[in-house]
Design a protein around this ligand. Structure first.
Ligand code: SF4
Length: 229
């Protein structure tokens, strides 16, 4: 007889807190969307691969020239990593990303006719892509409900007492249990914006944060009594 594994426990109060978090994010960032510039699923896929451990600003600065030279997977599949490197040199980890993009474009052509597949497993299997990239691409390009957990989403989920997990896949599972499916894509973008603008990794602006009344501030290095948060 097979026994079902119970889902990990959510943090105390997470179910009550989730609607408060969502309401605050909807007020703060009603139009939250990706800050990566793209005009097609191919461009979004490439930009998302480039954005790993890099800022969206640095990616947006590089992609216009890259896409002018290599506008689709067929064009990029003819490029070597050395051809791609000059276009992305200002983005972190550019050598590895150039290798991945060259291989990714060839696989898109060989397996998918040059199109980005609207299939989670197929995107995850592409070089340089992972679960987060697949979620970003499928949700933004094809409207799939998905929560892509990057460093901001993971950090805020823990600070806000929505998850105790550190692995992105497990944070994703906790958030999926807490929020309505129709708001998953919004939640992902809004948490990223809040992480960039207010709840930064090093110095979260708790004193200015509208979520402070209900945020347990898990793991935040709170100031000594008498000093403002
Ligand atoms: S109160 Fe502080 S820890 Fe909580 S979400 Fe706001 S900035 Fe982040």
């Amino acid at each position: 007889m097979t026994r079902k594994t119970a889902a990990p426990r959510l943090p105390t109060g997470a179910k009550a807190r989730a609607p408060q978090v969502l309401g605050a994010l909807e007020t703060l960032y009603p139009d939250a969307r990706t800050e990566l510039d793209y005009r097609s699923p191919f461009e979004l896929l490439v930009a998302t691969v480039l954005s790993a451990q890099a800022t969206d600003v640095s990616v947006n600065a590089a992609t216009p020239a890259l896409f002018a030279r290599y506008p689709d997977a067929h064009a990029l599949s003819t490029a070597s990593p050395e051809d791609i490197e000059p276009y992305i040199r200002r983005i972190g980890l550019y050598r590895g990303k150039a290798r991945n993009l060259a291989a990714l474009a060839r696989l898109l052509v060989e397996r998918h006719g040059g199109e980005v597949p609207d299939d989670f497993a197929a995107v995850v299997a592409l070089p340089g892509a992972g679960r987060k990239t697949a979620n970003v691409v499928l949700s933004n390009a094809y409207g799939y409900p998905a929560i892509a957990v990057d460093t901001h989403v993971g950090r805020l989920a823990r600070r806000l007492g929505l998850s105790t997990q550190t692995h992105p896949d497990k944070v994703e599972a906790d958030l999926e249990r807490l929020f309505p499916r129709g708001r998953w894509v919004f939640l992902h973008h809004a948490l990223i914006l809040h992480g960039r603008r207010v709840c930064a990794a090093r110095r979260p602006l708790c004193g200015e944060c509208v979520m402070r009344p209900f945020c347990p501030q898990v793991g935040v290095d709170l100031p000594a009594p008498g000093r403002p948060a």
